[in-house]
Ligand binder design. Structure first.
Ligand SMILES: Nc1ncnc2c1ncn2[C@@H]1O[C@H](COP(=O)(O)OS(=O)(=O)O)[C@@H](OP(=O)(O)O)[C@H]1O
Length: 382
């Protein structure tokens, strides 16, 4: 019966902060929404490219369009959040909604549409880019597409309108951030980014290079039975030159071209290790850099012993936004199983060798960026 399915955001609003024209709209006076709520919508989703889950709002609803009547039906997941009301908003600038019962009507005029990013997380892979992106998105003024769009590397030929359409809708006041760690690995992509917006803000996150190597190993062999995996040493020694340890751990080599193309004030370099220890302080640094109003707070995270990482705190006042983040497990409020994998052992001798080879690369990085990071593998030896 149903022709299309779209995932649409349902917004959780603090009634006190709602503009009056919204306050009078689609008011579901209780925060308890049970099962399916059906609405006939004259128009709903102009932009069909947004049929993916979006991260905006507090919950994800499903929009179904009936083949025979052309009617739409929205299914809202059952949820209870005291002291809040829900409203459904349209993505485009104006529309009208009417519920099946005809009791609730609304005309909305909210300029929410996909906007191009003003900030990018450009690297490095396996350095906590997903955690950083997800944590940043908790800010009410930040939106970000779930997927790595790889526009400046892979899909440049699709054009800027394609890129724009991949973005979740946002208001003028919100900041769109895209993350694709591959951007920093390609000078051509960096040049394209400069051509796209020379004022764009760039975030780079690095990590203890040895832990990063272990993380990459765990990633590459995540679907391989342990007995079929090469040893860590074997694996790295078999890499072609362009993916050799020296190249992969040489952050400075990839950051230098960023500084050549963009003023340093537009580039923020963070460390995954700091984010693991104290996510709030890293987020605060990013918040200042992105010129966001202060919203991150110390109740946002709790350390989850089982996961071994900080996860979202269900008691935080920003928690309703967490529910909309598709990369976050609904039960644990941690990132998914593809983050935080078990790392391979490295034999003592080989570890010594790696430290010896990589230490000068770290020093080159610290000289270049003008700050030092405390990395576990290199502790007590610098
Ligand atoms: N809070 C929190 N939760 C889960 N994971 C966290 C967190 N903070 C940092 N990390 C580390 O992020 C590592 C994955 O990095 P990326 O997201 O950049 O990987 S990817 O390039 O996108 O595949 C991932 O690497 P692995 O531990 O090897 O899986 C994590 O160590």
């Amino acid at each position: 019966q149903f022709l299309t399915f779209h995932r649409v955001p349902v917004f959780l609003q603090d009634p006190a902060k709602k503009p009056s024209r919204v306050r009078n709209s689609l008011k579901l006076n209780t925060a308890k929404l049970q099962g399916d709520l059906s609405f006939s919508l004259e128009t709903f989703y102009d932009n069909k490219s947004h049929d993916q889950e979006t991260e905006i709002g507090s919950s994800i609803a499903t929009l179904q369009t009936r083949k025979d009547t052309g009617n739409h039906k929205i299914s809202v997941p059952s949820t209870e959040i005291p002291g809040s009301i829900y409203s459904l908003r349209k993505q485009a600038s104006s529309s009208s909604y009417q519920s099946n019962s005809g009791q609730q009507k609304a005309s909305l005029s909210l300029d929410r549409r996909p906007r191009l990013p003003k900030a990018l997380i450009i690297g490095f892979s396996k350095c906590g880019t997903a955690a950083l992106r997800t944590f940043l998105t908790i800010h009410p003024d930040v939106v970000s597409p779930v997927l790595e769009l790889r526009y400046f590397t892979l899909y440049y030929a699709k054009g800027i309108e394609w890129y724009r359409k991949q973005m979740p809708p946002s208001t003028k006041e919100q900041l769109t951030i895209e993350k694709t760690p591959a951007y920093i690995m390609s000078q051509e992509s960096l040049r394209r980014i400069r051509g796209f917006d020379p004022k764009i803000k760039l975030i780079v996150i690095v990590r203890d290079p040895i832990v990063r190597l272990q993380s990459q190993y765990a990633h590459e062999f995540s679907h391989t039975t342990a007995s079929f995996r090469p040893s860590f040493k074997q694996w790295w020694n078999e890499k072609p030159d362009d993916r050799s340890i020296i190249n992969v751990c040489h952050y400075a080599r990839y950051i230098r071209p960023v500084y050549d193309l963009f003023p340093r004030r537009q580039v923020l370099i963070l460390s995954e290790d700091d984010m693991e220890r104290n996510p709030l302080s890293v987020l605060k640094e990013a918040e200042r850099f992105l010129e966001l109003r202060p919203a991150y707070s110390d109740d946002m995270f709790v350390f989850n012993k089982e996961k071994g990482f900080h996860c979202f705190n269900t008691r935080s006042k920003l928690f309703p936004r967490v529910l909309t983040l598709v990369q976050v497990n609904r039960f644990t409020c941690c990132l998914g199983v593809d983050k935080g994998r078990e790392h391979p052992q490295i034999g003592e001798d080989y570890l010594e060798h790696l430290i010896h080879v990589i230490r000068p690369l770290n020093e080159e990085l610290f000289d270049l960026i003008g700050k030092r990071f405390q990395w576990k593998s290199f502790k007590d030896k610098s």
